[in-house]
Ligand binder design. Structure first.
Ligand code: AP5
Length: 182
């Protein structure tokens, strides 16, 4: 089973759901920049307050902040890791690739989870997180299409991309991911 992974996909695609299941079963460290940023927000720190303003608009938090969070975590993982929600633009992808080169842990596979926009919106509205309202979801989708989706081609060119249909039940999607990474 591959153990240095990235899950990519639009908001609501099921990255976090699938990453939690996968990491629990295979003992990987789950690095979700969204979760780490929400922890920072809950701590009430100055950085958290600044981040929450950006997150509640559906914009991307600064690359510097996200990179410092990821770098600190990745340097301390021995077994395997799963990146969820990072990288989200070309600059973050380039920084990640330099960092992975430095620690000699190349990315082994990128799982791209695909779900139709209408279904994404329904899922997110049903969940109701602070950034799950129609206006902010529309902006998150726009930013995903503009800034994050170009990374799919980048990883396809590297020969490590696997596309997964995320429209099925959670356990069915999970089996497809396991099969792709086995
Ligand atoms: P982040 O937390 O990463 O949010 P996101 O990418 O918008 O993703 P979501 O968590 O909404 O969706 P998901 O794909 O993980 O789906 P999930 O499993 O939760 O980022 C939030 C914000 O933080 C960003 O907008 C940005 O401001 C900031 N940020 C984060 N990373 C950053 C970075 N690298 N750089 C800069 N800024 C950054 O599922 C969603 C719902 O669907 C759940 O209710 C779930 O139960 C349900 N569901 C899942 N799978 C299925 C299924 N198969 N069928 C039916 N329902 C399902």
């Amino acid at each position: 089973m591959k153990k240095k992974l990235l899950f990519i996909g639009p908001p609501g695609a099921g990255k976090g759901t699938q990453a939690n299941l996968f990491c629990a079963k295979y003992g990987l460290d789950h690095l979700s920049t969204g979760d780490l940023l929400r922890d920072e927000v809950s701590s009430g720190s100055v950085l958290g307050i600044q981040a929450s303003e950006v997150m509640n608009k559906g914009e991307l938090v600064s690359d510097e902040l996200v990179l410092s969070i990821v770098e600190g975590r990745l340097l301390n993982i021995k077994e395997g890791w799963l990146l969820d929600g990072f990288p989200r633009n070309v600059n973050q992808a380039n920084s990640l690739s330099k960092l992975l080169e430095k620690i000699n842990q190349p990315l082994e596979a990128v799982i791209s989870i695909n779900v139709a926009d209408d279904d994404l919106i329904k899922r997110l509205l049903a969940r109701g997180r602070d950034d799950d309202n129609e206006e902010v979801i529309a902006n998150r989708l726009k930013i995903y299409n503009e800034k994050t989706s170009p990374l799919i081609d980048l990883y396809r060119q590297q020969g490590i991309l696997v596309g997964i249909d995320g429209n099925a039940d959670i356990d069915v999607v999970f089996s497809c991911i396991e099969k792709a990474l086995g």
